[in-house]
Ligand binder design. Structure first.
Ligand code: HEC
Length: 164
């Protein structure tokens, strides 16, 4: 890794807290790093106004723009798990924009900025507010350079990636 990519990895582990959920240990069954601990969490991502499902008519969509994806909780019929989504892998993450379960973030820069400042800048309300994780994200104190380094680190997780 280049110096800046190394810095990104350090921030991913320490100040950014990313590796708390996108873990760096070998996955028990896959035998390699998958960048997920397979748990579920609610990051407080806002509803995506461009979600094409909002324009789908009844009887398929009966709530229109108010349709909410309740994630794990909908599947389990358990309101304490509403709004929680599985921690996704970050392998080849540069190739799979947009980001978040509803595609709210168009770029990696946008989602990293959200992790950093969710609680100090103005964002629309979370899609489902009651279960939002308030402990591990939202006010990380990363500088713009540090945000950029984390993004650069994620570029290195792309198949065939080479330092130029
Ligand atoms: C508390 C656990 C947790 C922490 C800490 C965390 N993530 Fe995530 N991450 C998740 C979950 C859960 C999702 C899926 C959320 C959703 O779709 O609603 C996610 C989604 C993402 C995505 C979008 C993936 C996709 O395929 O759409 C990226 C990129 C990402 N995280 C990077 C990071 C980075 C970088 C950090 C550190 C700054 C970080 N994460 C910290 C749990 C976490």
């Amino acid at each position: 890794l280049s110096e800046q990519e190394m810095e990104g990895l350090d921030l991913f582990k320490e100040k950014g807290l990313c590796a708390e959920c996108h873990i760096l240990e070998n996955d028990e069954r896959a035998g390699r790093v998958l960048f997920t601990d397979h748990t579920y969490d609610n990051l407080g991502i806002p509803s995506n106004p461009d979600n094409p499902f909002f324009r789908v008519p009844a009887p398929y969509n009966t709530a229109g723009r108010d349709t909410m994806d309740l994630g794990l909780g909908a599947f389990l019929h358990d309101s304490t798990e509403f709004g929680k989504f599985r921690v996704p892998t970050l392998r080849n993450i540069t190739l799979t924009a947009p980001y978040g379960h509803n595609g709210y973030f168009k770029t990696l820069e946008e989602i990293v900025h959200f992790y950093n400042v969710r609680d100090v800048e103005e964002y629309p309300a979370p899609e489902y507010a009651e279960t939002v994780n308030r402990d591990e994200l939202g006010n990380l104190g990363l500088t713009p350079e540090e945000e950029a380094a984390i993004v650069l680190f994620m570029y290195t997780l792309t198949d065939g990636y080479q330092i130029d």
